[in-house]
Design a protein around this ligand. Structure first.
Ligand code: SF4
Length: 228
């Protein structure tokens, strides 16, 4: 039973091309949730406005789009900050047999447990402290991954000129500890793209390859296509 007062804050709903990670190039319907628990230095989605919807209202908006997409991407901000609302929307969507894709910063592990039954694909970040110059989230990422492995999951991490090798070693040990061969996407920082950064990313790819069989370097492709 959905609480009659349950509403969520959503900044936009739009159809576009996935620009990051394993599904780069796939057509998706994007539902961008408002609000984030982090404040990353290279964030390109600073959201300033939103509309309030009930789960049924948002489902109505989603249903008006042509079903020509691979999956619906719940993105943000951080969708798991609104896990009750998200869960109810996911339930409505799964009735139609549509694939659901969660784009998350990989920190809110308790919240993930409450929605994972309705998620098909999880694109999670590892926030490297020396890339984003923020505190460490290794414990959170570890717990998040323990739940996420129940579904299809891949990890993205942004590599910058400032990234330290120790962070890459930590990435390797978390993936190894998950007991699953999880694909890893190294995303070179868009603002520092160039030969030096690419060489660094390739060196990390070589190192990681001994532990992760599918490790790819993929920049943010939507920036080149000039789409959302
Ligand atoms: S987690 Fe994502 S949306 Fe949130 S601040 Fe960082 S880059 Fe921006």
């Amino acid at each position: 039973m959905i609480k009659p007062s349950l509403t969520g804050k959503v900044s936009e709903v739009f159809s576009s091309i996935q620009g990051e990670g394993l599904y780069t190039g796939a057509r998706q319907l994007f539902v961008r949730f408002y609000g984030c628990n982090l404040d990353c230095v290279f964030c390109d989605t600073q959201l300033s406005s939103y509309e309030k919807y009930t789960p049924e209202e948002l489902y109505g908006v989603i249903s008006r789009f042509e079903k020509n997409y691979h999956s619906i991407s719940f993105t943000g901000g951080e969708p798991l900050l609104q896990k009750d609302f998200l869960r109810e929307v996911l339930k409505l969507i799964k009735r139609d047999g549509i694939k659901t894709y969660l784009e998350t910063n990989g920190i809110l592990h308790k919240e993930l447990q409450e929605v994972i039954d309705y998620i098909d694909i999880i694109a999670m970040d590892f926030k490297l402290p020396t890339s984003g110059k923020h505190e460490e989230y290794w414990q959170e990422h570890k717990k998040f991954l323990e739940t996420a492995v129940r579904k299809e999951v891949f990890v993205k991490c942004i590599v910058c000129l400032s990234t330290h090798d120790e962070d890459i070693e930590k990435v390797m040990s978390l993936i190894k500890g998950s007991g699953k061969d999880i694909p890893l996407i190294i995303q070179p920082n868009t603002f520092e793209l160039g030969r030096r950064l690419l060489d660094k990313a390739k060196a990390y790819q070589d190192t990681l390859f001994h532990t992760v069989s599918d490790v790819r370097i993929i920049p943010q492709v939507h920036k080149y296509l000039a789409v959302h």
